[in-house]
Design a protein around this ligand. Structure first.
Ligand code: ARG
Length: 462
């Protein structure tokens, strides 16, 4: 047991209590951020005349050597320490002696851990940001290449109207674009530095909190020391945004799974992204899509868990808050993994264009257009709807598509039909006539693609 406290205690901590309380098994993950925060802290302490230049230099050298040694694995973060903060401080004192004992001047583990978690999360948000960008790039490329790849659009999972693959991919582009914007919003709101808040009420040392914030790349210091050490809102926001990313990935996965079935055969998942069965030799399963769909629950769980943990906590810091770490780490790992794998799967997936177009032709997806044709020839829409209903019934009985009917057959149901009906209900016309902003028509789609290209170009990396 290695603790930073003990002066006021007369007995050793019970081993089970120690284990229950310790966080090193998971907070060792942010050793780099802990060291970075300490370096900024002592730099500020020296500027304020609280440490001498010599002390500061010694401490920074010691901290940098600890970081290096952990990185090249000559120093192991062992569980004999209570947490990562104790590990770093104890190692520093071992290495540089008395100067190391001054590291924690004007600081508490409460503002220290609040800082470490923020620094760690901020780095992870930039990773999530670039993973979302990669996915959007893949989607945009698919959009550019498929403005004339026809497929059925569905409502109620029933064929509804023809669309294009570009349009379908564009729907997901919009979802991930909102996710991307959410990441940037969270980053902006959370980017204030809690260090210098002390245990809860600031400190009596003349700290320059603005300077520390600047050194660590924050937009400024937080403005209430009690809130600073007990705010976990940004983690809740991040879990909520990651839940939404997972929800989008899960919906997309569900579609890939359906498209990949023998019945649909709209897509073929690359061998590198599929798995086989131990008993059925013919199988090629969409496990990645299924796992992404399945893992969504974990991320939702983390959000519910942290919201519940936080709801009854009085100001300011309470140990309950230590529970923020494992679940946030797991949710971040899960979301990043799912984004990367899904993007890889999508990039290598083959679309069966002929099969999709054939499917669009055979679901009466052009029935609305046949009704519109009649409306354009002065038939009131309600009557047109009835006429086309009868056409559909006729085709179902004969097991043909609307396009397969002869003009005589059309005319037998309504004399209004002429030779140009075939052109009016062709797949290309059905799609290209839909040219309002956001619709699948080629012109409308190309305008959106241009705007999205511009969006990706204008977003600087975080
Ligand atoms: N491991 C603790 C956490 O994660 C660090 C802060 C400890 N503060 C304290 N007052 N015991 O929250």
């Amino acid at each position: 047991m290695a603790q930073l406290w003990g002066g006021r205690f007369t007995k050793e901590t019970d081993q089970l209590v120690y284990n229950f309380n310790a966080s090193i098994s998971f907070d060792k993950r942010f050793y780099k951020q802990d060291i970075r925060g300490s370096i900024a802290h002592v730099t500020m302490l020296e500027k304020q005349g609280i440490l001498t230049k010599e002390e500061k230099d010694q401490i920074i050298e010691g901290l940098e050597s600890i970081c290096r040694d952990v990185e090249n694995k000559t120093l192991e973060i062992t569980e004999e320490y209570e947490d990562i903060h104790s590990f770093v401080e104890a190692n520093l004192i071992d290495r540089i002696g008395d100067a190391g004992k001054k590291l924690h001047t004007g600081r508490s583990r409460n503002d220290q851990v609040a800082l470490d978690m923020k620094l760690y999360t901020r780095d992870e948000i930039t990773h999530l940001d670039s993973l979302l960008r990669e996915l959007m790039e893949v989607l945009l490329k698919l959009m550019e290449e498929n403005t004339e790849t026809y497929m059925p659009g569905f409502t109620h999972l029933q064929k509804a109207q023809p669309i294009t693959l570009a349009h379908h991919m564009g729907a997901y582009f919009e979802m991930f674009k909102r996710d991307h914007q959410r990441m940037r919003d969270i980053y902006k709101r959370m980017n204030l530095c809690p260090l210098g808040s002390g245990a809860l009420a600031g400190t009596t040392y003349p700290l320059d909190r603005e300077y520390t914030a600047l050194l660590l790349g924050f937009d400024g210091p937080t403005l209430n020391s009690m809130d600073s050490v007990s705010d976990r809102d940004y983690l809740i926001e991040l879990l909520s945004a990651m839940s939404t990313i997972m929800m989008h990935l899960s919906r997309f996965s569900e579609e890939v799974i359906i498209w990949n079935t023998n019945e649909y055969k709209f897509v073929e998942i690359d061998d590198a992204y599929s798995t086989g069965s131990s008993i059925m030799p013919q199988k090629k399963n969409p496990d990645i899509a299924e796992l992404v769909r399945g893992k969504t629950g974990r991320v939702y769980g983390a959000l519910t868990s942290l919201l519940t943990t936080m709801k009854g906590i009085p100001l300011a810091y309470n140990k309950d808050m230590q529970e923020d770490k494992e679940l946030v780490f797991d949710a971040i790992d899960t979301t990043k993994g799912c984004l990367a794998l899904f993007t890889g799967m999508l990039k290598t997936m083959r679309f069966n264009n002929a099969r999709m177009e054939e499917s669009a032709k055979h679901g009466f997806t052009n029935a609305t257009d046949a009704a519109d044709y009649l409306v354009n020839h002065n038939v009131p829409f309600r009557d047109a709807h009835g006429i086309v209903g009868r056409l559909v019934l006729y085709c179902i009985e004969k097991n043909i598509a609307l396009d397969d009917m002869s003009l005589e057959e059309f005319k037998a149901i309504s004399p209004v039909f002429e030779e140009d009906i075939y052109e009016a209900i062709s797949m290309k016309t059905c799609v290209d006539m839909r040219n309002t902003i956001g619709a699948p028509g080629k012109n409308a789609m190309e305008a959106v693609i241009r705007a999205e290209r511009q969006y990706l170009k204008e977003q600087p990396a975080l």
